[in-house]
Design a protein around this ligand. Structure first.
Ligand code: AIQ
Ligand code: ZN
Length: 373
């Protein structure tokens, strides 16, 4: 028996988009969904109560980072991640594969696993698929990711083929090592770079092993958007219709909509929280770089069409002032707004699917946001 139950409610007649529901041990998730990222057991600058105010349904945390600091044993001793961070809704943990591979020359990939040096103190570590599952079981997230290699972009065919085949062998080892199937759903991750035949091979191998949900990995790694959309176009149909599909590391407003149109159900990205800390806001008319002098005496809200706490109570002029003074409140107000913006966007997308008008919604949003058609 798996820890989650996915219900496919509707497929949009105009597009490949799906409306769904995922039941988890910590509550229900409506899809398509955007998942705020809380790498170190906190969605930076937000309290759990503020996340609930903006209807965040599930957040992400990270195996590699929490293994490094404070250590998964401590989190387990605290009663698991939910208790430790005071978040009683669903959590998803990434396996650390991506983070370890991002360490670049500091890591060595072997069949057994990955040897790497800590980005904190340079100490030597080794993570195998079994170790990653042990850490994720200790953290206790409702959805956990298999330990995979996210091939860099660009990468030649030979490398990508060898890498996806090792990721398949690791996926089987993760499934064999995962004990907590009743309370933690293990998702497989499809790789294969930007090569159609390798994506088909990886999708077949990973779905043959069998998981309650599937992620599309190896995208949003610097490839041009049209290539990401093309890979999605031929990869999502290879995944079972009755299981959730998660596109890792995506994304910006346009990528979320284009991903939903191509049958993706779940997304996560550090963008909304990261650009907030750099003083930039998503708005329905495109990005607002708050630091820009043009906002010095602009007493309108960040987004006149937004009804969030930030937009109801503060002006661009005030937020620019906070950003210029590097005030902590700048990060808080901008993060609150950016997360609300993406969560509201996904709520509007779900409504558009329900009403079979997602393509019209896309065109209206792109027009207003300033994206080219
Ligand atoms: N682009 C991208 C992003 C992430 C990180 S998702 C994430 N982790 C923590 C926060 N967000 C990926 N993670 C894994 N395991 N595999 C991938 O192929 C991959 C690709
Ligand atoms: Zn707002």
């Amino acid at each position: 028996m798996s820890a989650i139950k996915f219900e496919l409610i509707k497929t949009c007649k105009q597009t490949g988009a799906r409306l769904g529901k995922i039941q988890t041990p910590h509550g229900e998730i409506q899809t398509p969904i955007f998942m705020p990222v809380g790498t170190l057991a906190t969605v930076k600058a937000m309290t759990p109560e503020e996340l609930k105010d903006i209807n965040a349904q599930i957040i992400l945390s990270n195996t590699y980072h929490l293994y490094m600091r404070p250590g998964h044993e401590l989190v387990e001793k605290a009663g698991g991640l939910h208790k430790f961070m005071n978040w009683d809704r669903p959590i998803l943990t990434d396996s650390g594969g991506f983070q370890v591979f991002s360490l670049g020359p500091l890591r060595k990939i072997k069949e057994e696993g990955v040897e790497f040096r800590s980005h904190i103190d340079g100490s030597k570590h080794f993570i195998s698929p079994e170790k990653a599952i042990e850490i994720e079981n200790a953290l206790g997230a409702d959805i956990i990711m298999a330990f995979d290699e996210c091939a860099p972009y660009p990468a030649d065919r030979e490398y990508v083929k060898n890498s996806l085949e090792r990721t398949t062998r690791w996926a089987q080892r993760c499934k064999d090592a995962h004990k907590n199937t009743e309370r933690q759903a293990l998702f497989g991750i499809v790789q294969g770079g930007m090569y159609k035949d390798l994506r088909e091979q990886s999708a077949k191998e990973i779905t043959d092993i069998g998981f309650p949900g599937y992620a599309i990995g190896g995208l949003s790694v610097g490839e041009p958007k049209p290539i990401m959309y093309e890979v999605l176009e031929y990869t999502t149909p290879l995944l079972p219709e009755d299981k959730p599909r998660y596109l890792m590391g995506v994304g910006s407003p346009d990528d979320l909509i284009e991903g939903v149109l191509r049958g993706v159900d779940m997304f996560d990205c550090v963008l909304p929280t990261r650009i907030a800390r750099n003083g930039t806001a998503f708005t329905s008319q495109g990005k607002v770089v708050a630091r820009n002098a043009i906002y010095a005496d602009d007493f309108r809200p960040l987004d006149p069409e937004c009804d969030c706490y930030t937009c109801k109570n503060y002006t661009r002029a005030y937020i620019r002032h906070l950003v210029k003074c590097n005030e902590i409140l700048a990060s808080r107000l901008l993060t609150y707004h950016n997360l609300h913006f993406l969560l509201k966007l996904m709520e509007d997308v779900r409504t558009a699917i329900q009403e079979d008008r997602l393509m019209d919604f896309r065109n209206e949003f792109f027009e207003k946001y300033g994206y080219t058609k």
